[in-house]
Design a protein around this ligand. Structure first.
Ligand code: ZN
Length: 125
């Protein structure tokens, strides 16, 4: 047993800084948010915005509709998933007043297809 342990220690894995190249870097390409002009760091959270379904920050899209919709004092906008936001009243109880459909279900933008493909190729290469 003693001998085995000694051997094991001798063959210990390389320190982390030497194995950094093993990390998978997913490159989705660089996109600029049309609403704030900054780079979108997390493309998986981007919302397809506008008539050209350009990727935009979720927060920026939410702010855009918050201003455009003119919310009442007890109203808030919230992201409900699948490219949809909801205007909800908070008092006397939480109630969704109307939905804002930002992303069309029928049209998947090219950049989102690329994200899916990048994920697939990194998992199954
Ligand atoms: Zn933005």
């Amino acid at each position: 047993m003693r001998h085995h342990r000694k051997n094991h220690r001798f063959n210990q894995p390389k320190p982390p800084q030497e194995s950094r190249d093993d990390l998978i870097h997913l490159d989705f390409g660089t996109y600029i948010c049309p609403l704030c002009g900054n780079v979108i760091a997390d493309m998986t959270c981007a919302i397809a915005f506008g008539s050209e379904s350009h990727p935009a920050h979720l927060d920026c899209v939410m702010n855009y509709y918050r201003e455009r919709e003119g919310l009442g004092p007890n109203e808030e906008i919230t992201y409900i998933g699948c490219g949809q936001f909801a205007i909800a009243s908070l008092k006397p109880q939480f109630k969704i007043l109307r939905r804002i459909i930002v992303e069309s279900k029928d049209h998947i933008p090219e950049w989102r297809k690329n994200i899916k493909q990048t994920f697939m190729s990194s998992f199954f290469h």
